[in-house]
Design a protein around this ligand. Structure first.
Ligand code: TRP
Length: 339
Protein backbone atom coordinates (compact mmCIF):
# COMPACT_ATOMS: atom_id res chain seq x y z
CA UNK A 1 0.00 0.00 0.00
CA UNK A 2 1.37 3.43 -0.81
CA UNK A 3 1.70 5.93 2.01
CA UNK A 4 -0.98 8.17 0.52
CA UNK A 5 -3.70 5.52 0.33
CA UNK A 6 -2.97 3.92 3.72
CA UNK A 7 -5.26 4.78 6.59
CA UNK A 8 -3.74 6.96 9.27
CA UNK A 9 -3.30 5.72 12.83
CA UNK A 10 -2.42 8.32 15.42
CA UNK A 11 -1.81 8.18 19.13
CA UNK A 12 -0.40 10.42 21.84
CA UNK A 13 1.66 9.38 24.81
CA UNK A 14 1.49 11.56 27.89
CA UNK A 15 4.92 11.91 29.50
CA UNK A 16 3.98 11.62 33.15
CA UNK A 17 6.42 8.95 34.36
CA UNK A 18 9.07 6.42 33.49
CA UNK A 19 7.66 3.68 31.23
CA UNK A 20 6.95 0.31 32.86
CA UNK A 21 6.26 -3.24 31.68
CA UNK A 22 2.51 -2.62 31.67
CA UNK A 23 2.89 0.35 29.27
CA UNK A 24 5.09 -1.75 27.03
CA UNK A 25 2.61 -4.64 26.76
CA UNK A 26 -0.59 -2.57 26.84
CA UNK A 27 0.39 0.40 24.67
CA UNK A 28 3.82 0.33 23.02
CA UNK A 29 3.72 -3.14 21.48
CA UNK A 30 0.16 -2.94 20.11
CA UNK A 31 0.81 0.52 18.65
CA UNK A 32 4.01 -0.68 16.98
CA UNK A 33 2.08 -3.62 15.52
CA UNK A 34 -0.57 -1.23 14.14
CA UNK A 35 2.20 0.83 12.56
CA UNK A 36 2.77 -2.11 10.21
CA UNK A 37 -0.74 -1.81 8.74
CA UNK A 38 -1.33 1.92 8.90
CA UNK A 39 0.45 5.08 8.13
CA UNK A 40 1.34 5.84 11.73
CA UNK A 41 1.78 9.13 13.56
CA UNK A 42 2.81 8.82 17.19
CA UNK A 43 3.60 11.80 19.35
CA UNK A 44 4.53 12.83 22.85
CA UNK A 45 1.70 14.84 24.38
CA UNK A 46 3.91 17.08 26.50
CA UNK A 47 1.38 19.91 26.83
CA UNK A 48 -1.18 17.41 28.12
CA UNK A 49 1.26 16.39 30.84
CA UNK A 50 1.34 19.99 32.03
CA UNK A 51 -2.02 19.51 33.73
CA UNK A 52 -0.20 17.40 36.33
CA UNK A 53 3.62 17.60 35.97
CA UNK A 54 4.80 20.90 37.42
CA UNK A 55 8.51 20.25 37.71
CA UNK A 56 10.26 21.43 34.52
CA UNK A 57 13.18 19.05 34.94
CA UNK A 58 10.82 16.12 35.37
CA UNK A 59 8.71 17.11 32.37
CA UNK A 60 11.84 17.37 30.23
CA UNK A 61 13.11 14.01 31.48
CA UNK A 62 9.82 12.17 31.03
CA UNK A 63 9.48 13.57 27.51
CA UNK A 64 12.93 12.31 26.52
CA UNK A 65 12.30 9.06 28.33
CA UNK A 66 9.08 8.37 26.41
CA UNK A 67 10.78 9.22 23.11
CA UNK A 68 13.77 7.00 23.87
CA UNK A 69 11.48 4.17 24.99
CA UNK A 70 9.50 4.04 21.78
CA UNK A 71 12.59 4.12 19.62
CA UNK A 72 14.36 1.52 21.76
CA UNK A 73 11.22 -0.64 21.54
CA UNK A 74 11.48 -0.68 17.76
CA UNK A 75 9.65 2.37 16.43
CA UNK A 76 11.27 3.14 13.08
CA UNK A 77 11.37 6.94 12.74
CA UNK A 78 11.72 6.60 8.97
CA UNK A 79 8.33 4.88 8.78
CA UNK A 80 6.44 6.37 11.72
CA UNK A 81 6.03 10.12 12.03
CA UNK A 82 7.24 10.57 15.60
CA UNK A 83 7.15 14.04 17.15
CA UNK A 84 6.55 16.20 20.16
CA UNK A 85 3.18 17.95 20.38
CA UNK A 86 4.91 21.15 21.53
CA UNK A 87 6.86 21.30 18.24
CA UNK A 88 3.65 21.79 16.26
CA UNK A 89 2.42 25.36 16.92
CA UNK A 90 -0.55 24.86 14.57
CA UNK A 91 -2.10 22.56 17.19
CA UNK A 92 -2.43 25.41 19.66
CA UNK A 93 -3.99 27.86 17.26
CA UNK A 94 -6.49 25.25 16.12
CA UNK A 95 -7.25 24.45 19.76
CA UNK A 96 -8.69 27.92 20.24
CA UNK A 97 -10.69 27.70 17.04
CA UNK A 98 -12.11 24.31 17.95
CA UNK A 99 -12.89 25.35 21.51
CA UNK A 100 -15.24 27.89 19.93
CA UNK A 101 -17.00 24.95 18.24
CA UNK A 102 -17.26 22.96 21.48
CA UNK A 103 -20.24 23.17 23.76
CA UNK A 104 -19.41 23.65 27.40
CA UNK A 105 -21.88 20.92 28.31
CA UNK A 106 -19.80 18.40 26.36
CA UNK A 107 -16.77 19.28 28.48
CA UNK A 108 -18.85 19.05 31.68
CA UNK A 109 -19.50 15.42 30.81
CA UNK A 110 -15.86 14.48 30.15
CA UNK A 111 -14.93 11.75 32.60
CA UNK A 112 -11.63 13.17 33.94
CA UNK A 113 -13.34 16.43 34.86
CA UNK A 114 -16.32 14.60 36.36
CA UNK A 115 -14.00 12.37 38.38
CA UNK A 116 -12.20 15.41 39.79
CA UNK A 117 -15.53 16.93 40.84
CA UNK A 118 -16.63 13.64 42.39
CA UNK A 119 -13.45 13.58 44.45
CA UNK A 120 -14.21 17.09 45.68
CA UNK A 121 -17.74 16.05 46.57
CA UNK A 122 -16.55 12.96 48.44
CA UNK A 123 -14.09 15.00 50.46
CA UNK A 124 -16.90 17.34 51.49
CA UNK A 125 -15.78 20.44 49.55
CA UNK A 126 -18.57 22.90 48.79
CA UNK A 127 -16.85 24.20 45.64
CA UNK A 128 -16.83 21.14 43.41
CA UNK A 129 -14.42 22.85 41.00
CA UNK A 130 -11.84 23.45 43.73
CA UNK A 131 -8.32 22.73 42.52
CA UNK A 132 -9.45 22.02 38.95
CA UNK A 133 -7.54 24.01 36.34
CA UNK A 134 -8.73 24.98 32.88
CA UNK A 135 -6.10 22.67 31.41
CA UNK A 136 -7.91 19.68 32.86
CA UNK A 137 -11.24 21.10 31.71
CA UNK A 138 -10.07 21.83 28.16
CA UNK A 139 -7.98 18.67 27.89
CA UNK A 140 -10.42 16.96 25.50
CA UNK A 141 -10.33 19.91 23.07
CA UNK A 142 -6.55 19.82 22.83
CA UNK A 143 -6.68 16.07 22.39
CA UNK A 144 -9.34 16.42 19.69
CA UNK A 145 -7.09 18.83 17.80
CA UNK A 146 -4.10 16.46 18.10
CA UNK A 147 -6.21 13.94 16.24
CA UNK A 148 -8.11 16.17 13.80
CA UNK A 149 -5.22 18.28 12.59
CA UNK A 150 -3.41 15.15 11.39
CA UNK A 151 -6.61 13.79 9.80
CA UNK A 152 -6.34 10.45 11.59
CA UNK A 153 -8.68 7.57 10.77
CA UNK A 154 -8.02 5.44 13.82
CA UNK A 155 -6.75 6.25 17.28
CA UNK A 156 -5.36 3.35 19.32
CA UNK A 157 -5.96 4.15 22.99
CA UNK A 158 -6.63 2.54 26.32
CA UNK A 159 -10.25 2.11 27.35
CA UNK A 160 -10.09 5.21 29.54
CA UNK A 161 -9.43 7.38 26.47
CA UNK A 162 -12.26 6.14 24.26
CA UNK A 163 -14.60 8.89 25.45
CA UNK A 164 -12.01 11.50 24.47
CA UNK A 165 -11.88 10.15 20.92
CA UNK A 166 -15.69 10.25 20.77
CA UNK A 167 -15.54 13.86 21.91
CA UNK A 168 -13.05 14.55 19.09
CA UNK A 169 -15.54 13.08 16.62
CA UNK A 170 -18.28 15.31 18.11
CA UNK A 171 -16.18 18.45 17.87
CA UNK A 172 -15.25 17.62 14.28
CA UNK A 173 -18.96 17.18 13.58
CA UNK A 174 -19.77 20.61 15.02
CA UNK A 175 -17.15 22.24 12.81
CA UNK A 176 -18.27 20.31 9.75
CA UNK A 177 -21.87 21.28 10.41
CA UNK A 178 -21.05 24.98 10.18
CA UNK A 179 -18.18 25.08 7.68
CA UNK A 180 -18.58 21.74 5.90
CA UNK A 181 -19.03 23.33 2.51
CA UNK A 182 -15.54 24.85 2.84
CA UNK A 183 -13.61 22.29 4.85
CA UNK A 184 -14.50 19.02 6.54
CA UNK A 185 -12.54 17.26 9.22
CA UNK A 186 -12.18 13.52 8.99
CA UNK A 187 -14.14 11.75 11.75
CA UNK A 188 -11.77 9.60 13.84
CA UNK A 189 -12.48 6.29 15.50
CA UNK A 190 -10.95 4.81 18.67
CA UNK A 191 -9.49 1.31 18.63
CA UNK A 192 -8.64 -0.46 21.87
CA UNK A 193 -5.73 -2.89 21.40
CA UNK A 194 -6.41 -6.50 22.42
CA UNK A 195 -3.81 -6.60 25.16
CA UNK A 196 -5.68 -3.77 26.83
CA UNK A 197 -9.16 -5.11 26.16
CA UNK A 198 -8.31 -8.58 27.43
CA UNK A 199 -5.86 -8.68 30.25
CA UNK A 200 -3.67 -6.17 31.95
CA UNK A 201 -0.32 -6.95 33.49
CA UNK A 202 -0.25 -7.48 37.26
CA UNK A 203 2.18 -5.37 39.27
CA UNK A 204 4.53 -6.40 42.07
CA UNK A 205 1.67 -6.36 44.58
CA UNK A 206 -0.65 -8.46 42.40
CA UNK A 207 -2.96 -5.54 41.50
CA UNK A 208 -3.01 -4.12 37.96
CA UNK A 209 0.41 -2.67 37.16
CA UNK A 210 -0.08 1.07 37.34
CA UNK A 211 1.92 4.11 38.27
CA UNK A 212 -0.87 5.19 40.59
CA UNK A 213 -0.52 1.99 42.66
CA UNK A 214 3.25 2.38 42.84
CA UNK A 215 3.63 -1.30 41.93
CA UNK A 216 5.38 -1.08 38.57
CA UNK A 217 8.42 -2.76 37.13
CA UNK A 218 10.19 -0.01 35.17
CA UNK A 219 10.87 -1.17 31.63
CA UNK A 220 14.50 -0.17 31.70
CA UNK A 221 15.56 -0.61 35.32
CA UNK A 222 18.96 -2.24 35.73
CA UNK A 223 19.40 -5.96 36.14
CA UNK A 224 19.71 -5.95 39.94
CA UNK A 225 16.57 -3.86 40.33
CA UNK A 226 14.69 -6.09 37.88
CA UNK A 227 15.64 -9.17 39.89
CA UNK A 228 14.60 -7.51 43.14
CA UNK A 229 11.20 -6.44 41.77
CA UNK A 230 10.42 -9.84 40.26
CA UNK A 231 11.21 -11.44 43.63
CA UNK A 232 8.72 -9.10 45.27
CA UNK A 233 5.71 -10.41 43.30
CA UNK A 234 3.53 -12.19 45.88
CA UNK A 235 3.08 -15.98 45.81
CA UNK A 236 1.46 -18.37 48.25
CA UNK A 237 3.39 -20.94 50.29
CA UNK A 238 2.58 -24.02 48.17
CA UNK A 239 5.67 -26.27 48.38
CA UNK A 240 7.68 -27.10 45.25
CA UNK A 241 6.34 -30.63 44.81
CA UNK A 242 2.65 -29.72 45.13
CA UNK A 243 0.60 -29.10 41.95
CA UNK A 244 -0.08 -25.42 41.29
CA UNK A 245 -2.63 -23.64 39.14
CA UNK A 246 -0.65 -21.64 36.58
CA UNK A 247 -3.67 -19.52 35.67
CA UNK A 248 -3.94 -18.04 39.12
CA UNK A 249 -0.29 -16.99 39.18
CA UNK A 250 0.64 -13.36 38.57
CA UNK A 251 4.10 -14.43 37.53
CA UNK A 252 2.77 -16.74 34.82
CA UNK A 253 0.60 -13.89 33.54
CA UNK A 254 3.68 -11.75 33.02
CA UNK A 255 5.66 -14.67 31.63
CA UNK A 256 2.91 -15.31 29.07
CA UNK A 257 3.45 -11.85 27.61
CA UNK A 258 7.20 -12.15 27.24
CA UNK A 259 8.21 -15.81 26.87
CA UNK A 260 8.02 -17.89 23.69
CA UNK A 261 4.69 -19.80 23.74
CA UNK A 262 6.44 -23.21 23.98
CA UNK A 263 8.46 -22.08 26.97
CA UNK A 264 5.38 -20.73 28.72
CA UNK A 265 3.46 -23.96 27.96
CA UNK A 266 6.28 -26.07 29.42
CA UNK A 267 6.32 -23.94 32.56
CA UNK A 268 2.57 -24.31 32.97
CA UNK A 269 2.89 -28.07 32.63
CA UNK A 270 5.63 -28.28 35.26
CA UNK A 271 3.67 -26.11 37.69
CA UNK A 272 0.57 -28.28 37.29
CA UNK A 273 2.63 -31.42 37.86
CA UNK A 274 4.31 -30.08 40.96
CA UNK A 275 7.67 -30.07 39.23
CA UNK A 276 8.40 -26.37 39.72
CA UNK A 277 8.40 -24.04 42.73
CA UNK A 278 7.64 -20.33 42.85
CA UNK A 279 11.32 -19.52 43.39
CA UNK A 280 12.36 -21.23 40.18
CA UNK A 281 9.45 -19.59 38.35
CA UNK A 282 10.63 -16.16 39.49
CA UNK A 283 14.15 -16.93 38.30
CA UNK A 284 12.75 -17.94 34.96
CA UNK A 285 10.68 -14.78 34.64
CA UNK A 286 13.71 -12.67 35.49
CA UNK A 287 15.83 -14.46 32.88
CA UNK A 288 13.18 -14.11 30.18
CA UNK A 289 12.64 -10.42 30.91
CA UNK A 290 16.31 -9.66 31.16
CA UNK A 291 17.19 -11.46 27.93
CA UNK A 292 14.46 -9.61 26.04
CA UNK A 293 14.92 -6.23 27.59
CA UNK A 294 18.69 -5.86 27.84
CA UNK A 295 19.29 -4.95 24.18
CA UNK A 296 16.44 -2.44 24.43
CA UNK A 297 17.81 -1.09 27.68
CA UNK A 298 21.19 -0.50 26.06
CA UNK A 299 19.64 1.41 23.20
CA UNK A 300 17.47 3.37 25.62
CA UNK A 301 20.42 4.39 27.76
CA UNK A 302 22.36 5.48 24.68
CA UNK A 303 19.40 7.59 23.48
CA UNK A 304 19.00 9.20 26.90
CA UNK A 305 22.51 10.63 26.62
CA UNK A 306 22.13 14.40 26.08
CA UNK A 307 24.29 14.20 22.94
CA UNK A 308 22.39 11.33 21.35
CA UNK A 309 20.53 11.56 18.05
CA UNK A 310 17.21 11.78 19.93
CA UNK A 311 16.71 15.52 19.45
CA UNK A 312 17.51 15.33 15.75
CA UNK A 313 15.05 12.45 15.35
CA UNK A 314 12.29 14.44 17.04
CA UNK A 315 13.06 17.54 14.99
CA UNK A 316 12.82 15.52 11.78
CA UNK A 317 9.52 14.05 12.98
CA UNK A 318 8.14 17.50 13.77
CA UNK A 319 8.99 18.68 10.28
CA UNK A 320 7.02 15.81 8.75
CA UNK A 321 4.09 16.34 11.12
CA UNK A 322 3.94 20.04 10.30
CA UNK A 323 3.69 19.18 6.60
CA UNK A 324 0.30 17.71 7.48
CA UNK A 325 -0.78 20.30 10.04
CA UNK A 326 0.08 23.51 8.18
CA UNK A 327 -2.24 22.97 5.18
CA UNK A 328 -5.10 21.81 7.44
CA UNK A 329 -4.85 24.94 9.56
CA UNK A 330 -4.60 27.11 6.43
CA UNK A 331 -7.84 25.64 5.09
CA UNK A 332 -9.57 26.05 8.44
CA UNK A 333 -8.47 29.69 8.67
CA UNK A 334 -9.85 30.29 5.23
CA UNK A 335 -13.09 28.52 6.08
CA UNK A 336 -13.68 30.60 9.21
CA UNK A 337 -12.66 33.91 7.64
CA UNK A 338 -9.36 34.50 9.42
CA UNK A 339 -6.79 34.39 6.66
N1 TRP B 1 -4.99 11.67 26.67
C1 TRP B 1 -4.10 10.62 26.29
C2 TRP B 1 -3.67 9.86 27.54
O1 TRP B 1 -3.83 10.30 28.62
C3 TRP B 1 -2.87 11.14 25.59
C4 TRP B 1 -3.21 11.85 24.34
C5 TRP B 1 -3.12 13.19 24.09
C6 TRP B 1 -3.72 11.26 23.15
N2 TRP B 1 -3.49 13.47 22.83
C7 TRP B 1 -3.89 12.33 22.21
C8 TRP B 1 -4.04 9.95 22.78
C9 TRP B 1 -4.37 12.09 20.93
C10 TRP B 1 -4.53 9.72 21.50
C11 TRP B 1 -4.70 10.78 20.57
O2 TRP B 1 -3.13 8.78 27.43
Amino acid sequence: MSASSAKVSLTGIKPTGEPHLGNYIGAVKPALALAQEYEALYFIADHHALTTVRDPRLLRRYTRSVAATWIAAGLDPDRVVFYRQSDIPEIFELTWIMSCMTSKGLMNRAHAYKAARDRNEESGKTDLDAGINMGLYNYPVLMAVDILIMEADVVPVGRDQVQHVEIAADIAGSFNHVYGDRFTFKIPQAVVPDAEAGRTLPGVDGRKMSKSYDNTIPLFCDEAQLKKLVRRIPTDSTPVEEPKDPDSSNIVQILDQFAEPEIAAETRRRLREGAMGWGELKNQLFEVLNTQLSPLRERYNALMDPDSELDALLAAGAEKARKRAVPVLAQVRKAIGID
